[in-house]
Design a binder for this molecule. Structure first.
Ligand code: NDP
Ligand code: 8X3
Length: 254
């Protein structure tokens, strides 16, 4: 029987790796993000591997756009079994007193409100069908707070709380809810955080072996492939060389 996975933020990093992993494991895939060209490229590559794909270009911050896309899915794509709430970002790394409210709004609107809009649309179908699995990509930043992480950490703590809240609310409807919290994964994350400053971003991953997007895609596949009676509630995944958000064992100094 066909199974459908919807992955937000599939144009890069963890979301793209998750789409490839779930596609390879037999899922039909709905990919989304704001960059149409990236969506087209990924769709082509998945389809070449035999995976049926629906690509949806939208901004999770735009409630109207989210609702119009996700409540009017073509009938053959309507029954989403797995939702991976992955779209998210950090914007800036400044002390709170110097923070930019544009950065704050981007993070809160994407990581918290966007996740809520998407989840509400998709969970309604899951409730009606009495089954499904929602996987929220949280972060080590949702488990602890680090200097200058203020608003990003707050949004990921919100994802942690919402994951628990969803688990209560969706419990009577046979819907699994999982959170996966990565430490440092080399993706476009730090380039986005530092507003396009690639050399500053590269330094985040220097001097130790960080995670790659496929490591997290493997975790997503692991939680998805458990039997129906098993739910993985929460998974914190770090590079071996990382003990907390800000403590690394580096083989050479920056
Ligand atoms: P990337 O920057 O590589 O990917 C982020 C994805 O989110 C892109 O596909 C981007 O697509 C999408 N996205 C961002 N904003 C929006 C928006 N407003 N609407 C729709 N899609 C959006 O970073 P990662 O793969 O690393 O990040 C994925 C998730 O993992 C995030 O939630 C991040 O917080 C989390 N995470 C990352 C860690 C890391 O070290 N990399 C560690 C812990 C958690 P597009 O730009 O096309 O819209
Ligand atoms: C991304 C990891 O430590 O930069 O969520 O916040 S961290």
């Amino acid at each position: 029987m066909k199974k459908i996975a919807l992955i937000t933020g599939a144009t890069s990093g963890i979301g793209e790796a998750a789409a490839l992993k779930l596609g390879k494991n037999g899922f039909d895939i709905i990919i989304s993000g704001r960059r149409q060209e990236r969506l087209d490229k990924l769709k082509k590559s998945l389809e070449e591997g035999g995976t049926p794909v629906l690509a949806l270009c939208f901004d999770v911050r735009n409630e109207e756009e989210v609702r119009s896309m996700l409540t009017h899915l073509p009938s053959e794509w309507r029954d989403v079994d797995i939702l991976v709430n992955n779209a998210g970002l950090a914007s800036g790394l400044e002390p709170l007193q110097q923070g930019d409210t544009i950065d704050w709004n981007r993070m809160i609107d994407t990581n918290v409100k966007g996740l809520l809009y998407v989840t509400q649309c998709i969970s309604q179908g899951m409730v009606a069908r009495k089954g499904g699995h929602i996987i929220n990509i949280g972060s080590i930043a949702g488990k602890e707070v680090y200097p200058n992480g203020n608003v990003y950490c707050a949004t990921k703590h919100a994802v942690d709380a919402l994951t628990k809240g969803m688990r209560f609310d969706l419990l009577p409807h046979n819907i699994k809810v999982t959170q996966i919290c990565p430490g440092a994964v080399e993706t476009e994350f730090s380039i986005v955080r530092f507003h396009g400053d690639k050399s500053r971003a590269d330094k985040v991953y220097e001097g130790y072996e960080c995670l790659v997007a496929d490591d997290i895609a493997e975790c997503i596949w692991f939680v998805v492939s458990r039997p129906p009676h098993v739910n993985i509630n929460d998974m914190v995944v770090m590079p071996t060389a990382q003990a907390s958000a800000s403590v690394f064992h580096k083989y050479r100094e920056r």
